[in-house]
Design a protein around this ligand. Structure first.
Ligand SMILES: NC(=O)c1ccc[n+]([C@@H]2O[C@H](COP(=O)([O-])OP(=O)(O)OC[C@H]3O[C@@H](n4cnc5c(N)ncnc54)[C@H](O)[C@@H]3O)[C@@H](O)[C@H]2O)c1
Length: 460
């Protein structure tokens, strides 16, 4: 390929080159930069996986894992027989299926498991899996309760199994590129971050379809309940478990956790020290006890990696604006990085040293004589220096066509297994994002600010 300026811009990867281009790119904001992921499969020896929890994301995760060269699906576990039938329909009759995950873990021909169950099962299955010698890709949030995290971290350290939490933003090309932009200092000092994940329709609000054959015969409901309080068979609780605090973590653990994963990846942060949250069930009064609206404010103290900043985040599952979506804005003293899912924009601002006068200012209220004296004083002090602020043009960074951050995240996991390459979103990272997200629910329940020790990962 000829190294023309156009090609260079097209392929400007998340590099210093991208930033060196900053000034030039601002002069040509129409030209979006296409990002290029640096994540590559580093070895192709066979890795045999088992899926535990073959619901919505179990399919996404497994299909994505199977795109990684050398990965084979051996077994599937689920509590609803319809999902085991679907697994055989889709991945072939040869796969082993079971309703008891312990049978899957006992299989010697499985190297790694994907844990895609509801949140209240993550910790127990992850610990059992590592103790059984399996590497673990565990969906977010890593734990349902903060205190569950310590045993999980301990098990990972003791067994030395590869463990990765499944918030794919930790491997997203956009997040890694945005980190470089932030590190370059182009937006000045980070002072404030705001993030949201809003939804509008019933599926977005977790009213998922319930199959007509759901019954105590087709579903092992007792196994589903696990450590949760015993209740009679209830298909709604089984298929829409997110809406109940007994099984899920609410929008905090479910969705804030993605926002915090992106934030911590970009800033190298270990977390906030103060968390305050407001939550309620506003609209989806369908029997749920998990909030459909949650707002949280957190303070991130200064560390060696970032200045002190405030973080505001929100989930509204009944967003009447209809826009929905997902976003995180890093606002610095000299600009903003505005991130969607896998794309972002950078805008800078220059604050000139001369303040200017007039307009919405006290100048007009001065007497005629004072106006004359003031003008003379101003001209002596600032001369013809530029005044006020100047906005830089916007630079857009777009993912390559068809880009899938989940695939990059899977490749990171399998590279870790095959070559021992580092896992950023390990169990400690996972508790540092799940902990503050879950603490939002605690703040709502206790109607007070929660103190969080980001080093020890404990409520204080
Ligand atoms: N990373 C992401 O983008 C992403 C997206 C959606 C969901 N998730 C996470 O994935 C997890 C699953 O979410 P989902 O939407 O797929 O839920 P789901 O209800 O569609 O699927 C969960 C499946 O787990 C099975 N299950 C429950 N308990 C089990 C047990 N003890 N043993 C074996 N199987 C069990 C259920 O039968 C069900 O089929 C959640 O923790 C969620 O937060 C992650």
């Amino acid at each position: 390929m000829k190294n023309t300026r156009r090609n260079f811009l097209k392929h400007v990867s998340a590099t210093g080159a991208g930033l060196a281009l900053g000034v030039q790119a601002q002069a040509n904001a129409a030209e979006a930069k296409i990002l290029e992921s640096k994540i590559r499969v580093s070895a192709v020896d066979k890795v045999r996986i088992g899926l535990i929890g073959c619901g919505i994301i179990g399919h996404y995760d497994t299909d994505t894992a199977l795109k990684v060269e050398g990965v084979e699906l051996v077994a599937v576990c689920d509590l609803y027989t319809g999902r085991l039938e679907r697994a055989k329909e889709k991945w072939g009759n040869a796969i082993f299926t079971t309703r008891d995950y312990r049978e899957l873990l006992a299989k010697k021909d499985i190297d790694a498991v994907l844990i895609c169950t509801p949140d209240h099962w993550h910790q127990k299955i992850a610990i059992d899996a590592m103790n059984a010698g399996k590497h673990v890709y565990c969906e977010k949030p890593m734990v349902q309760k903060i205190e569950e995290g310590y045993a999980l971290i301990e098990t990972q350290k003791r067994t030395k199994k590869v463990f990765q939490v499944g918030s794919q933003r930790a491997s997203s090309v956009a997040i890694h590129e945005a980190k470089k932009v932030l590190d370059s200092g182009i937006i000045g000092e980070l002072t404030y971050v705001e993030a949201f994940c809003d939804r509008t329709d019933s599926k977005g609000a977790w009213q998922y379809s319930i199959p007509t054959d759901a019954s105590p015969q087709t579903i092992d409901f007792d196994a589903f309940l696990g450590k949760a309080p015993k209740v009679p068979f209830d298909a709604t609780r089984f298929f829409r478990w997110r809406n109940y605090k007994d099984y899920g973590t609410g929008v905090g653990g479910d969705l804030f956790v993605h926002l915090l994963t992106g934030l911590h990846t970009m800033t190298n942060s270990i977390g906030p020290d103060k968390i305050f949250s407001l939550g309620e069930v506003n609209y989806w009064k369908d029997g749920r006890d998990a909030y459909d609206m949650l707002n949280a404010l957190m303070s991130y103290p200064k560390t060696k990696d970032h200045p002190a900043f405030q973080f505001y985040t929100r989930v509204n599952l009944a967003d009447g604006e209809g826009a929905g979506g997902f976003g995180i804005k890093l606002i610095g003293t000299d600009g903003v990085i505005d991130i969607g899912w896998n794309e972002f924009k950078v805008r800078t601002l220059k604050r000139n040293s001369a303040p200017g006068y007039g307009g919405y200012d006290s100048f007009d209220s001065f007497s005629a004589k004072q106006k004359e004296d003031f003008k003379k004083w101003y001209d002596d002090k600032y001369g013809k220096a530029a005044t006020g602020v100047e906005m830089g043009k916007e630079t857009a960074f777009m993912p390559p066509k068809g880009y899938d951050d989940r695939l990059d995240h899977m490749i990171t996991f399998f590279n870790g297994i095959r070559t021992g390459s580092p896992i950023l979103e390990d169990a400690t990272f996972g508790l540092r994002t799940a902990g503050p997200s879950i603490a939002c629910n605690i703040s709502v329940e206790q109607k007070k600010q929660i103190g969080w020790d980001p080093v020890k990962m404990k409520i204080i």
